[in-house]
Structures are given as structure tokens and as C-alpha cells.
Design a protein around this ligand. Structure first.
Ligand SMILES: C[S@@+](CC[C@H](N)C(=O)[O-])C[C@H]1O[C@@H](n2cnc3c(N)ncnc32)[C@H](O)[C@@H]1O
Length: 249
């Protein structure tokens, strides 16, 4: 695939290939032209890289999965990027169907290529979805599990993602989020608590390695990260909106 490269990630005791962008700087320059120079965190093509939170939560789920391995789960990943977490979930849960969502349609080719390489192309389907828009009618209340890795880096994410995730979930569904604890994390957590009940919160270490996004991060001097993994349940007996003002910027 032009403009891409393969990196290898260990998952479930095997080195597995993941296709990511070859040169983020070149890609960013081209993307900036496409969006008329209007690059903001709300519209930045970060998804062509594989971020540490995705690999850390995937590794954690191997030992701490909240569902039986043979459950026929309907899973939605929000902000899937190149689709690594969706592919990992498909391997971990062989009877699950996964909708890998992102608002950047150019990511579809990465998700498709990665799912095919992992042999899970029949159960990982890309869908272009923007969580600032209403939930598609056919997806409302259908998901057993919604996940997102590194999806709080703009104020618009804080406002829109929690209610979007809530609408996707079945009443007994779960939301799992992994976050590298950037400065919006505390606010995101407060807003999430207004929508969901916290079930688990763990901190996992991430040693930054020299591949993919990690090159980019090593060059910025970050060598170790803590990734927070949060698991939320639907708030029992209430599908109401959170108290006035909680979910606004
Ligand atoms: C930091 S990247 C993380 C990608 C992937 N989860 C990972 O960890 O490697 C955030 C992702 O969220 C997507 N995203 C940002 N805003 C979005 C929105 N409003 N609707 C859907 N996806 C969005 C981006 O396109 C990007 O793929």
C-alpha cells in the first residue's frame, strides 16, 4: 500500500504485522493541503499511526477480559485509527463482530489491510462514523461493548464521545477506554462519571519502543508512559442525560 509500512507488534505470543503510515510528516503536509491548512486537534489525521494506549489495552485484555472468550459479542471501536485494537479484539473473541469506526475515511484501507493480514477480515468491518453526529439508527442500543483508545485530545471529544458511546450500548453493555493521561483526562473522567458507573480503573506501564508512533515519541523525549484503562457500565435504571452542564465544553 503506497505511503505505508509494516511494523510488528507482539500480541497473544506472536509478532503480528500492522500497517501504519510510512512518513507522518509527509502525510501531514498532504493532509494540511486537503483541509486548506485548517489543521486543528479536532481535524488532524493522527489515526494513521498506532498509539501506545491501543497496544496497552489490547495486551491488558488478554489477561483481564471482562467477557467470556466465546461470547458472540457486538463490539464497536470508536476512533479506530489503523484498526489494531479491533483486530486484537477479533482474535481474542473469535465469535465477536466488530465495527471499527473512525471519521477519517482514508483509514478504511488500513483497517481492511490489517484485518485481512490477521485473518479476521470477515468480522472486522470499517464504518465511517463521526461521534459529533447522531448515532446511526441501526446502531442504537446494539453494542455489548464499546471501546476507544486515545480518544480524548480535543474539547469536542469530551463533549460528544460519552453520550455517543452511551447510545450505542445495550443496557448491560460496557465501555472500555484507554488513555495516556494527557491534560484533558481529568475532565474526561468527570464527564464520563456523569454518564456511566465506573467498574474498574487500572494503570498500566508502557515502555516506549522504537517503532511506529513510538519513534515519534522517543524523539520527543518520552520514554515511559502510564496508560489508564477505565471500564464503565451503563448507569442502572437511567438512560437520562447527565446533569445539566456536565457534558458541555
Ligand atoms: C490518537 S488517534 C488513536 C487511534 C487508535 N485508537 C490508536 O490508539 O492507535 C484518535 C483517533 O480518533 C479519530 N477521531 C477523532 N475525532 C473523531 C470523531 N469526531 N469521530 C470519529 N473519530 C474521530 C481520529 O481520526 C483518530 O483515528
Amino acid at each position: 500500500m503506497e505511503g505505508s509500512k509494516l511494523i510488528h507488534i507482539e500480541f497473544m505470543n506472536e509478532q503480528r504485522p500492522i500497517r501504519v503510515v510510512d512518513s507522518f510528516d509527509t502525510f501531514l503536509d498532504e493532509f494540511a493541503v486537503q483541509v486548506g491548512g485548517q489543521l486543528t486537534d479536532e481535524r488532524c489525521p493522527f489515526g494513521v499511526l498506532l498509539w501506545p494506549s491501543a497496544r496497552i489495552v489490547a495486551r491488558w485484555l488478554v489477561k483481564e477480559a471482562p467477557w467470556d472468550r466465546d461470547a458472540p459479542l457486538q463490539i464497536v471501536e470508536l476512533g479506530c485509527g489503523v484498526g489494531f485494537l479491533s483486530c486484537a479484539l477479533a482474535l481474542l473473541f473469535p465469535k465477536a463482530s466488530i465495527i471499527a469506526c473512525d471519521y477519517e475515511e482514508h483509514l478504511e484501507r488500513y483497517v481492511k489491510a490489517n484485518a485481512a493480514a490477521w485473518g479476521v477480515g470477515d468480522r472486522v468491518q470499517f464504518q465511517q462514523i463521526d461521534w459529533r453526529q447522531p448515532v446511526p439508527a441501526d446502531m442504537k442500543g446494539q453494542a455489548d461493548w464499546v471501546l476507544g483508545a486515545d480518544v480524548f485530545y480535543d474539547d469536542s471529544h469530551l463533549k460528544h464521545l460519552p453520550p455517543f458511546a452511551r447510545e450505542l450500548l445495550k443496557p448491560d453493555g460496557l465501555l472500555t477506554l484507554a488513555d495516556p493521561k494527557r491534560f484533558r483526562f481529568g475532565t474526561a473522567f468527570d464527564i464520563l462519571k456523569g454518564h456511566f458507573t465506573l467498574k474498574r480503573w487500572v494503570e498500566e506501564d508502557c515502555d516506549i519502543e522504537r517503532e511506529g508512533i513510538e519513534d515519534f515519541m522517543v524523539n520527543s523525549g518520552v520514554l515511559k508512559l502510564k496508560v489508564s484503562i477505565l471500564e464503565f457500565a451503563q448507569r442502572r435504571g437511567s438512560n437520562r442525560a447527565p446533569p445539566e452542564g456536565r457534558a458541555t465544553e
